[in-house]
Structure formats: C-alpha cells, structure tokens
Design a binder for this molecule. Sequence first.
Ligand code: 26W
Length: 812
Amino acid sequence: MTVEQLSQMLREKLTSSFGKSLEDATTKEMFQSICLTMKESINANWRMTQETYDENESKQVYYFSMEFLLGRLIESNLLNMGLLDLYKDTLTSLGFDPEEVFREEHDAGLGNGGLGRLAACFLDSLASLQLPGYGMGIRYKYGLFQQKVVNGYQVELPDNWLKDEYMWETKRGDKAIEVRFGGTVETTMENGHLHFHHQDYERVLAVPYDVPIVGYDNNTVNTLRLWSAESTTNSFHFHSSRGHDYYHYLDYKRSIEKISEFLYPDDSYYEGKILRLKQQYFLVSAGLQSILQRFKKRNKPLAQLSEHVVVQINDTHPSLVVPELMRLLIDEEKLGWDEAWAITEKTVAYTNHTTLSEALEKWPEEMIKTLFPRLYLIIHEINERFCKMLWYDYPKLREKISEMAIISYEHVHMSHLAMVGSFSINGVAKLHTNILKDRVMKPFYTVFPERFNNKTNGITHRRWLLNVNPELANVISEAIGTNWIRTPNELTKLLPFAEDASFQQAIAKVKHDNKLKLASFIKRHYDITIDDHSIVDVHIKRLHGYKRQLLNLFHVIHLYNRCIEDPYLELTPRTFIFGAKAAPGYFFAKQVIKLINAVAEKINHHPQVSKKIKVVFLENYSVSLAERIIPAADLSEQISTASKEASGTGNMKLMMNGALTIGTLDGANVEIRELVGDENIFTFGLTSDEVFRYQQAGEYRARDYYNNDRRLRNVMDLLVNQHFSDDDVEFKDIFYSLLYNNDEYFVLRDFDNYTEAQNNVQETYQQQSDWLQKSIINIAYSGNFSSDRTIQEYAEEIWQIKPTKIGNLIIN
Ligand code: 26W
C-alpha cells in the first residue's frame, strides 16, 4: 500500500464513521479511523487463525491470569503487521503528529506490575511464534488506579479506561456463560452413584470481550478473552406493580457487576477480600466452561482433553481451576473421580511468581464453603486423598503433613492446591526456582520432583526494543542485518562491535537523542531541567520495601551531603529518576514516595547541588511511561534484597536498551551477570544465602550499622530533624522501621556496598569508551531475555504445543 492509498482509505473512514472530512477530524477521530481500517485486515486473519486451529485440531494453551498489563496496542499491532512506518508517514503527510494520534489510545492497565506485564509479553510471543495460545482474563471496568502526586503524596484516582470505546475489543454476547455463586449442595444416591445438586445459587452472566493478538509478520491472530460480569436478563420480570422490586433488581444488578468492576491494586500482598475471591472464581469458571464447549466440538472423548488443551495458571490466583475442572467433569460430564482427577492433573500447570510469605494466598475455609459449596467438597476430598497418600507413601514426611495439607488451620492454601493439581510447577528465574525447591516448597519437591522446572522470564523485544527505540534498532540492523528481529539471540553478533569506536559513537548518539527527548518531556510536565549529559539513573517498578527504593534514596541523600560538605566535589552529573505506584493501603511505601519527593524538592532547588544532581519522581508509572523512560536510561537499578525478587523483567528491558545494571545477586540479575560477565554489571550486597543465614540465626543488628557508619547516620538523621519536612513526625516511621523494627530488608547492611558500587559506576562512566563497550555487550546478550525464548521453552517443555502456520488470505 502507498501513502496515497492509505490516505484515501483514512479519508473514507473518517467520512463513513464520523461524517468528517480530514480537515475537521480530531486526533481522536483519526485514531479511531486507523483502528477501524486495521481491524478489517486483523479480523479476516483472526477468523482464519481460529478456523485453522480447529481444523488441525491443534493443541492449545490457555493462559489464565487475573492480570494482563497490555499498555497501548496500536503501535505494536502496526509494527507486527508491518505497517508502522507506512502509517507514520501517512499521518505526517496528512498533517497529523503520529505520536499524538497514537496517544489517543488509553493504556489498558489491567495489571499491577511484573506478573501482568509478563502475561502481555507472553501473548505477543505466542502469536509471533505461531503458537496456538489463548489469554483468559477479566475485563475490569477500572484498571490499576491513576497516580497523582499532590504535595509529594500519592493520590489515587480511578482509571476509567473504557470511557471512550476500547477499539480493539469485540463483544461476544452469543458466547456468554453462566457462573454460579453461593447456594447449597444436596446429595442423592442414583443407581448406586452419589449425585450432587447445586441449588439456590446466584447466577452471574460472564460475557466475553475478545481482543485480537497480532503476531509479528505472520498471519496469526490469537485471542485474549476478557470476561465481564453482567446480570442475567431473565432474572427479573417487570410484572410487579410494586416499585421496590425494581429497586431490588437494581441492587442485585449492581452487586453482580461489581465482580468485574476493578482490579485489586495489591502487588505481592494478599488481602482476604471476598470480592477478590469472587473475581478469581468468575474467571476460572467462565474460562473453563468456554474451553470445554470448544473442545466438545472436536468430538473427542474427555479422556483426551489434555492432548488438546493445557491450562497455565499465572500464580495461584486462578488455582480454583483445579476443583472447578473436577466439578465440571464429575457433575456435568458424569465422569468418576479417578477419571476426572487423571484428566485434571494432566491439564493444569502452575507458575509461581513470588516467595514472599505475605503474598501467599490462603483463603478462610468458611469463605470458600459459603461462596462455592460444591467446590469446597471437592477441595476437601482432594486434600483427604493427598494427605492419605503422604501418610502411606512418604512415612518420612508424616510430621510435615499438617504443613503440606491443602486445608489447615481453617484455611485453604492455594499454592498447595495448585501444586497437587498440576503436572508442572515452575519458577521464573534459576535462583528463584532453586529457592522454591530447596526452601519454600521443599517437601513438595520431595514428593513431586518431576513437576518442578524453571522458565526464566523474558520480554518481547518487538515492543521493548524495536518499537520503543527504533533508532537503536536501526543502528543494530546497520551493523548486523535484521535477522536478530526474528532470532533475537543473533544480537550476540554485536559482540565484535563492542570496541569499535564508530559503532560506539552511533550507540552514544542514540542514547543522547533519547535523553534529549526524555529531558524535554520532563521539562514540559515538571518544569525541571535535566542535564542531557548526566548519568540517567533509573529506578522504575512498584514501590515495595523489598525493592529498596529507600536504599537508592539513601545514596542520593549521601551524595547531597557530600556536595554540601565539599562545594568543590567532582561529581559526574546524575539524574535520578523514580517511577512507582504504592498499593493504596501500604503506608510505608507511601511514605517513601513522599520522602523521594521531599528530597527531590530540596535538591532540585539547591543552587549548588542541583547543578550536579537532579531527582525526578515521574507520576503515574505505567507501560506507556516506561516506554518513554527506558530508551534514555544509562543505569538500571535492580537492588532488591537478595532472594526476594523472583525474577524482575524491568532489568531485561533496560539492558536491552543499553543500560548497565547496578544490582544484587537476585532474580534474573544472576543470569544477566552469567551472560555479560562480572565486569559488565555492577553487583553488590548480601547474597540470598547470606540473607537466609542472617534470618535463621537472627543475628542482624541494624542499629550497629547506624552507630558505626557516620555517612549512614548523617543520612538517616535528616529524616527526623525536619530537614526534608516541617512536620517533625513525617518520616519517623521510616526511621523507626529501620532502627526499631530492625530493617527487614537489610538497607543499612547493604548501604556501604551499594555506595561503593555507585562509585564504580561513576568512575566507569567517566571512561566513556569503556562504558559504551559494556553497554554494547549488554545489548548483545539481551536476546536471551526475549520472551520468544521463554515461550519456546514453555511450548516444548511444558505445553507440548507446536507452531501452526496460518495461510495467506487473498483479499480482493
Ligand atoms: C494476592 C496479591 C498478590 C498480587 C500479585 C500476590 C502476588 C502477586 C504477584 C505474584 C506479584 C508479582 O507481580 N510478582 C512478580 O512477577 C514477575 C513476573 O514473573 C517477576 O518478574 C517479579 O520478580 C515478581 O515480583
């Protein structure tokens, strides 16, 4: 297609859809017209893809996740369709700014952080590798809250992302499914068989909205199915003359719609909220029922289900798939227990994303019993059989049975349910998987060693390199050709260029251009001027104690102190960038946000210090904001307390864009170091084994570090002597958590090592050629962290699914 042809198409679309001429069209109408033209070609391939899967009877993976953090789709869809440049050129020729038009799309923020973004990257890789994969999620009416910073404090606002029409979804009213809550179960004996009758339940209609997932330069279009809760229309008849029935109906309708109303903003923290549990079952039941309906069209016996379907659960949030699949097979399909169990156990696979004990889900037994009386009986039976098996087959584990039981101390332990009911249990980085096997899940590993495996996370290099940093992609392609786009491991072909002065200069120029863009964004939105030659030091992720934004900030305050002590101090200018949302109920995290902003305020307005250091807290960190920041980053902060970060994926995105990592030996940082070598990463701090040793021996004394390290004392005292706030109690909780609660995350313990590593960073940065060489080496090895690699491993080692080629559609 040519620019002229596309221009003509867009003009026609504007007229037919909005009755507008090009000259009168708003950017929003232009955006919508583009989506409409794209959808015409996507829809044709979409249908063909689904038909081909059914005709070939391809085995399909269904990725069940409470979160899909998609961000915007317009650019990645255009990129994958091979149309991005054409659309950009056409828009420009028509007098529109492409960026402005694309920004009309509201981020789909249906996720909190790493786990939700991983799910989105996986969908992109599945489609791009021509793999039959399906996402199952919830169409929350409100995504993750919008963050505003008011007086330095986080304020949460609702994320009304569906306010304008969501252009990519298609409602499939005909595919709606009933999900049942509450009620009672009656058992009867019929022909010598026990039957279970679920009665007096509440009906909820699950209506699917399908989002097409476009593969890269192939014809594959997979589906992300998002379920929305609606009330069944036949549950109310306007036969009553008494008005209050109508109000009852409205109450009822609202109570049902609440189920898919909003995303819980909790990241790594379990709260036993009943609505959250309802959401989980809603996803699970609707998803499984729709899978079985589709499977039945293949006319195969249910015993073969696992040859056609695999259900991957993203953490334990959807682990009710285990009892729900049992229920459907037994109660609806009339299979016996053993038969149903054999099928379930072969169909479900579980990924663990965290070892934090406060994140592990354990729902009160009573809640499960009341909400899902039939599932409760099934879970009970699974538990009985599992505990009996342990008793007879693993005498050495007998004293561990109460610790391993699915139901214990009046709670249902979801990870135990997930592990017992799955054929595969995986962690998300080597270190994390080893911690699961050796510690957190050790007794389960003894019983089911063959189930445990590792799948180190990845990110889609199409979005996180090609799309967000086209200038870097071009420099790479000029050096090594374009094969790396299909085979990201070929980025290692850059290695011979690492010392090449002209290649280094090309890389440096791209980085500098990206810094200028970020600087102008920051100037526009925050009126802060940053030095475009400064080290751009980036800490972007959810705000959490274990991620240690506080450690970073202590180093910032320490530099500030040094500048004040010695006005002639030679410091390489730095811009510290933070982006982070705190869970609304997480007081400590919100205090840290306030502190970052208070420190920023002080430093940025200090006549001398602000010449060397700037601190910027970017509000409303999101996928789209990450896309602006990452290409400009020099330094990637991955400084979690060792053992706490399961993998991290921001570390991979930043590395792929040429940032060097300063990090602990945690999560995937370990594998980054393994690849790039010790000299191309700045590691520091306690190792995970040292952290475990400290915790077991109980011999860490935070106060000693405060007492013995003058620099640390000078930093911390500023928190409580009103230096950063007029209010003398403002930051005392942070101070106390470190000194009186003994610094759970070892901030004080690692401060000295971290500061030293930061000094190394500065020295290395001053040797620009050395720095660039390291940067190139990081880019070169980042192909390993493409989610294509991860998905290939899942496909071959867990799912047993194969690529299915989708033919070329001839459009007349
Ligand atoms: C029930 C509350 C809750 C909500 C979310 C508990 C736990 C979670 C997630 C498991 C938290 C999460 O996003 N974990 C992150 O998963 C990423 C993808 O695997 C990893 O890269 C991160 O290290 C891990 O923190």
